[in-house]
Ligand binder design. Structure first.
Ligand code: ADP
Ligand code: SF4
Length: 675
């Protein structure tokens, strides 16, 4: 067996001792102060799964840095402590350390709830909001230092072991002070790097003085903003800041900024992608260093430590996809690790202000409200067998979880290969890691002697009737429509028979195209953009028409949008934003500008419609009478066959159907709420 023992060595962080080197770095989750029981249960599962340190998300220290509408942590006064204690107690119960990321976000705080003026390093605005922060004077700086100190004391009272001074992600005031882009002050807090570092140094010293005898003081610092000379870089300011403060904190938690760069999706960055930026840090400090980079392989983790890059393996996403990753490594069950696929669906919880979810881990966010555990499932009470039809993400997860519950399961799939849409989509540019959704489930099913797989087995209603199962789950997926109807177009397009027209299904089936191809994207997630990349790679000239004001509009929620639009622009793809298809003829398409109403003709050799999908639910309606007549005791429709949605939802839907088989369901309220 490979030697991963180094990962399990205890390591001191100032006055506290981490039980191992698995470090769940702070990460947002859309639960925060609003869902404290759910949050505590989620963090507890990570501690139980072996993460030696489990941290909060960014936690507001004062109402003048109120991050609403985003739901983060809150430690404004003592009344927040009971909620915080839920987490620290739950984490301690499993022998892990609890860390808290205190933050004061300066001009990045919207203060929509508190309505207090934001305090910034200068009078800055943020986003496209029509307001600005007030430039802090010396008294304001003293106040923020005092608030930070008081928050540190409260955090210790709440039971935290590690207390952060946060200077990352372009979010926190301490980072704004560091950045010449924001800091134009002429007092002792501006100008030279020594001056720009002053505020960070002061809050570290304040925190050490307040709680440093019993708590570790960590600094989360972005050492590179990937902005070249316009930002902090690991060759210049990033390097110098570490050199200046090297021995001051008890731990350095190092990453790149902003969040888009730190949580880069697998489409754009692979495991260990931050190593080249953070490699220098350990040469300057004797204090332990945490680094992230979506590490899911124990070999890569061991190597990062042995190469002297980091002391702790930091993880947000790998701990979300598999809270039990450390324990699985410890037990030599590496093949059981549910590896993060780098899709950033977890991030959408924070940005859409709802509890976190994960494509790979359907129990994420359900630990408290549904009582789900990522490794444990309710055993079956009755003995009957289940037929699951359709082996996409929904069917695979349903069959796997039913098998884990102890059911006899037969899973049939029309194609030779299991995986449904994921198998097809993973072959599109940049999406190969998404195969992990299939691979993990097939590996687990392989270990279950009670689950039998039948590939190349297309079933019709008669086949299903003859198979004589009492319990039937249909996971038959969906297909892309090709009639031009979409959210922006409620009437079918005329002239579709005059031009070669394709759906994403046609392209994923391997059709090869030439010439100028127009993609009409009214789906707004990744599909339009990955097809544009694929067609470009085939040698086509591609134009993308979309009613949205941005390419792949929804990918703003997965932190991908800018990169996608930039990549497509670099590939020479022409964009027609805020345009809709009007009609089609032999020569090409007519498009309408949604703002001006103006029309334009675009000559082309083919049209790809990325619009909406239709559920494959015919079997369900054919078989429903069997349920009414008692020949079936259970019939359910899950995943995209129920309603086309994210892959995450297909996995979730399969998991839910398995958990609920033969269980009482509360239709009125299927989960607990925090009121
Ligand atoms: P989901 O995302 O809900 O899992 P997918 O479209 O990814 O949906 O997967 C559905 C799978 O079901 C596909 O692999 C498809 O080949 C398979 N399938 C659809 N209809 C049948 C059927 N009648 N018999 C067997 N397999 C089917
Ligand atoms: Fe990884 Fe996607 Fe899960 Fe996030 S949602 S942890 S990126 S698999």
């Amino acid at each position: 067996m490979d030697d991963y023992s180094i990962l399990f060595e205890p390591l001191a962080i100032g006055p506290v001792l981490a039980p191992n080197r698995f470090y769940q770095v702070p990460h947002c989750n859309g639960m925060g102060y609003r869902h404290p029981k759910a949050l505590a249960a989620m963090r507890a599962v990570k501690a139980q799964g072996g993460w030696g340190v489990v941290c909060t998300e960014e936690t507001e220290i004062h109402p003048s840095s109120d991050l609403s509408p985003f739901i983060e942590g809150r430690i404004w006064d003592d009344s927040d402590l009971p909620a915080m204690q839920l987490m620290t107690e739950a984490v301690h119960e499993h022998g892990a350390l609890a860390g808290i990321e205190l933050t004061y976000n300066g001009h990045q705080a919207y203060n929509l709830y508190s309505r207090l003026p934001a305090l910034g390093v200068r009078a800055l605005s943020t986003g496209y909001n029509p307001w600005q922060a007030r430039c802090m004077d010396k008294e304001d700086i003293r106040n923020v230092r005092r608030w930070h100190r008081l928050a540190a004391l409260r955090a210790r009272q709440a039971g935290f072991d590690i207390i952060y001074c946060y200077a990352g992600h372009n979010l926190s005031l301490a980072m704004h002070f560091l950045s010449p882009r924001y800091n134009d002050r002429s007092d002792e807090y501006g100008g030279s790097l020594e001056n720009r570092v002053r505020f960070l140094r002061e809050i570290i010293e304040d925190t050490k003085e307040a709680v440093g005898d019993t708590c570790a003081v960590a600094v989360r610092l972005a050492v590179d903003e990937l902005l070249g000379d316009d930002g902090i870089t690991c060759q210049a300011d990033g390097y110098e800041i570490i050199a200046m403060l090297a021995e001051l904190p008890d731990l350095w938690d190092i990453n790149v900024s902003d969040w888009e760069n730190d949580s880069a999706p697998s489409r754009f960055a692979k495991q260990g992608y931050q190593e080249k930026y953070i490699a220098f840090v350990k040469t300057l400090t004797s204090k332990p260093v945490v680094g992230v980079g979506r590490y899911t392989s124990p070999e890569a983790m061991v190597s990062a430590i042995q190469r002297g890059l980091v002391d702790f393996i930091g993880a947000a996403r790998p701990s979300i996809a598999d809270p039990f990753l450390p324990q699985k490594i410890k037990e030599g069950r590496v093949e059981d690790i549910r590896e993060c696929i780098g899709c950033n669906i977890c991030v959408t919880g924070d940005l859409l202000t709802v509890p976190i979810r994960c494509t790979q881990n359907p129990t994420m966010g359900e630990e408290w409200r549904r009582g789900w555990h990522p490794e444990v499932i309710n055993p079956r009470k009755k003995g009957e067998a289940v037929l699951v039809v359709g082996g996409g993400p929904a069917g695979l997860e349903c069959a796997r979880a039913l098998g884990q519950r102890g059911y006899q399961v037969v899973l049939t799939e029309a194609r030779r290969e299991f995986g449904g849409r994921v198998a097809l989509e993973a072959s599109l540019p940049g999406l190969s890691e998404w195969r992990r959704v299939i691979d993990w489930r097939l590996t687990q099913i392989d270990k279950l002697s009670n689950v039998t797989l039948y590939p190349s087995s297309l079933m019709n209603a008669e086949d299903i009737r003859q198979a004589d199962f009492k319990r039937l789950v249909l996971a038959t997926g969906a297909h892309w429509r090709a009639d031009g109807i979409s959210r922006a177009r409620w009437k079918p397009l005329s002239g579709l028979d005059l031009l070669p027209v394709f759906s994403p299904d046609d392209l994923m089936a391997g059709i090869s195209l030439q010439g100028h191809i127009i993609i009409f994207d009214d789906d707004h997630y990744y599909m339009g953009s990955v097809l544009a990349e694929r067609l470009t790679a085939m040698g086509c000239q591609v134009s993308l028409v979309t009613p949205a004001p941005l390419v792949s509009y929804w990918t703003q929620n997965t932190l991908e949008q800018k990169r996608i639009q930039e990549r497509l622009a670099r590939l020479g793809i022409r964009f027609y934003l805020q345009h809709v298809l009007e009609s089609v003829d032999q020569a090409g398409v007519r498009i309408k500008d949604l703002i001006s109403g103006g029309m334009a003709e675009l000559a082309c050799d083919g049209l790809v419609l990325v619009t909406e999908r239709r559920s494959n639910d015919q079997l369900y309606y054919q078989l429903k009478p069997l349920l009414d007549s008692g020949l079936l005791t259970h019939l359910s429709l899950i995943g995209d066959a129920q309603a086309p949605h994210l892959i995450a939802q297909a996995v979730y839907s399969g998991h839910l159907a398995a958990r609920e088989m033969d269980e009482q369901r509360n239709e009125a309220l299927p989960f607990r709420r925090e009121i």
